[in-house]
Design a protein. Structure first.
Length: 312
């Protein structure tokens, strides 16, 4: 990988992707900061292709809350992505502000802005090169490849928009607006802008009463594009408290199944990506776990509409 970087004048990276995109709302779209109004803590874990050596493991943690005094929400998001069994590690720390505008009694808009400090580290000792190979004894020689700096850091900016009513929601986000350079070598390795669009609806299957909260279905579409990579998720959630289930189809390469449980202030979700492309079961798919704690807060001084959308 490093040798190719030295030859090609410019290369591009790609962001980690979470299957449970609504279970990691600040990562999906910075406009979600404060969307639940009360304090919210979220943890996410993803293990992609565990059967392949050098798989990708991604961690995420976030906190957000709405504040009336600033007419919007504040959020903090930390992500850590480990590739190649620790060969390449990326860590991002983001601060987010989202402005809330209540257009009328039935419709609200949120606009989010995100600033990120990012650092990438490279463990040179875990890399191997062609000039280290002996035809009889394998990797026995020292490489003549030039060792680059083992860490690089940069500042990044993103923005997003969220529009929603009680039954419908739509969001748009643009990450890496400045396309920062994250190369370890002299040739540039720009981080391409990532465009995200997501939309869905919440459809109750019955009438809500004082003693009964009816089951709901929520059809959803997610579109993302980053450089030449394009992803489309089409699927649906089914919710009957305290349980939730979901099924999606993604890009002709995977089906995604999800189960979740919401009990009190806690939410737990598990999803599995079932690979249907030529990689089939050689990758062992991808496992993802989400955990959220949605706290109660003081009675609101004025009306605030929280977004009615899935949380897994």
């Amino acid at each position: 990988m490093l040798l190719l970087t030295a030859i090609v004048p410019e290369v591009h990276a790609q962001d980690p992707q979470f299957t449970q995109f609504y279970a990691n709302p600040l990562y999906l779209n910075p406009a979600f900061a404060g969307s639940a109004r009360c304090p919210r803590f979220i943890l996410n874990y993803r293990n992609q292709w565990p059967a392949i050596p050098g798989n990708f493991v991604t961690y995420s943690a976030s906190y957000d809350q709405h504040f009336d005094g600033i007419s919007g929400g504040l959020g903090v998001l930390v992500t850590n992505d480990v590739a190649g069994e620790g060969t390449l590690v990326s860590t991002n720390v983001s601060g987010i502000y989202s402005y809330h505008l209540e257009v009328n009694r039935n419709f609200s808009i949120k606009a989010g802005f995100q600033a990120t400090y990012a650092q990438r580290t490279l463990d040179w000792s875990k890399l191997t090169f062609g000039d280290q190979i002996d035809s009889r004894f394998g990797f026995v020689y020292q490489t003549a490849e030039q060792q680059p700096g083992q860490s690089v850091s940069y500042v990044d900016f993103s923005a997003g928009l969220l529009a929603y009513s009680d039954k419908f929601y739509f969001g748009f986000a643009a990450h890496h607006l400045t396309q920062p350079d994250q190369s370890f070598l002299v040739p540039t390795s720009k981080l391409p802008m990532k465009i995200t669009a997501h939309t869905g609806a919440v459809i109750p299957l019955g009438r809500k009463t004082r003693f009964n909260d009816p089951a709901k279905i929520s059809p959803n579409i997610l579109f993302q594009q980053q450089q030449d990579f394009r992803q489309i998720n089409i699927g649906m959630y089914f919710q009957k408290n305290p349980f939730i289930a979901g099924l999606w189809y993604r890009n002709k390469d995977a089906f995604i199944a999800l189960i979740g449980l919401q009990q009190g202030v806690f939410k737990f979700g598990y999803s599995y990506d079932i690979t249907i492309s030529r990689l089939t079961n050689a990758t062992a798919g991808a496992h993802e776990i989400s955990f959220a704690m949605q706290l109660e807060c003081k009675p609101k001084k004025k009306r605030y509409r929280t977004i009615n959308c899935p949380s897994f």
